[in-house]
Design a protein around this ligand. Structure first.
Ligand SMILES: O=C[C@H](O)[C@H](O)[C@H](O)COP(=O)(O)O
Length: 294
């Protein structure tokens, strides 16, 4: 996760403040559109933007508390996420404690980049495995981000795909990634005081794998070749290819049918969001959304 800072009063500080305001605006809109106090189970993602999502939920509950002393359970996607839930005074529930047949009413999360088909790159903050578990357990998965994440294709501004790997397999996975066209994948390492590889909540490593900008399904329908020839991939094809490498726990591409489509076909949730909210520089919010069921 990159964090830009600047001296108070400087133009860098003003830019940071504008980005934070954009995230907050997007979060409040997303929560207003997709959360209410009658819900019972809500997924909470990871990163800097979801903090505003939880703030918006807390504000909403202060105005409209659940009736008859009922609790809403908030399911985290990792350590940081659980702390955010606890610090807001909300009730956390571990993913593995969810009753068997229960779906989350909604799950909110950030994203590193979102394309025009609502495919996402996630894992910039080293969380992606639990995020995918939670997203696919939700009736609707909703992303919140700022304008920098809103792109036509993935790997436009965000440079690489985070991939969670078993430590023992990291070198062999990196070799495989190069063979399928990744341009110099790197093992993510700590950049501050501690040295060594970043470890996820599962004790795994993260490889950041750059690729050429990814094609959408529309690009393929319009005749472009996304099969990986010359390292040019369509999102879904690449996600399956990476997931099939031994040693990969999860890939930070959220793709395929969204929750509405999966449920219409008799399944549970989907890993692609049904809506993504982007706070803009001018204070407005842009929304990309899938067609809700009739
Ligand atoms: O690993 C981190 C998660 O996928 C985050 O949701 C994603 O990186 C977005 O983070 P942020 O809200 O800090 O931009």
């Amino acid at each position: 996760m990159s964090v830009t800072t600047g001296a108070p009063g400087s133009s860098a500080a003003a830019a940071v403040d504008m980005i934070e305001q954009a995230k907050r605006k997007a979060a409040y809109r997303a929560v207003a559109d997709h959360f209410n106090s009658e819900m019972q189970f809500v997924g909470i993602g990871s990163g800097s933007t979801i903090i505003y999502g939880v703030e918006a939920i807390k504000d909403c509950l202060a105005k409209n508390p659940p009736k008859n002393g009922r609790y809403i359970f908030f399911v985290p996607t990792g350590f940081q996420s659980r702390k955010v839930i606890e610090q807001a005074g909300l009730m956390p529930m571990g993913f593995d404690s969810l009753p068997e047949n229960v779906m989350l009413d909604v799950a909110f999360d950030g994203a590193d980049e979102v394309d025009d088909d609502l495919n996402c790159i996630k894992g910039g903050g080293a969380c992606l495995f639990q995020e995918k578990l939670v997203a696919t357990r939700a009736k609707k998965f909703v992303c919140i981000a700022d304008y920098r994440k809103n792109q036509t294709r993935l790997i436009t501004k965000w440079p690489s795909i985070p991939i969670e790997v078993a430590p023992i397999a990291h070198a062999t996975v990196m070799r495989q990634l190069k063979l399928i066209g990744s341009i110099e994948p790197v093992l993510r390492e700590h950049t501050l005081a501690k040295t060594g590889p970043v470890q996820t909540d599962q004790g795994f490593y993260i490889i950041d794998a750059p690729f050429k900008p990814l094609l959408t399904l529309d690009d393929v329908k319009n005749g472009k070749d996304g099969s990986g020839k010359d390292g040019q991939w369509e999102v879904t094809a690449l996600a399956h290819k990476i997931k099939s490498i031994s040693g990969v726990l999860e890939v930070g591409l959220f793709f395929g049918p969204n929750g509405y489509e999966v449920q219409a076909a008799g399944g549970q949730g989907g890993q692609k969001p049904v809506a993504a909210y982007f706070g803009n520089e001018d204070g407005s919010v842009s929304v990309k959304q899938a067609q809700p069921p009739k």
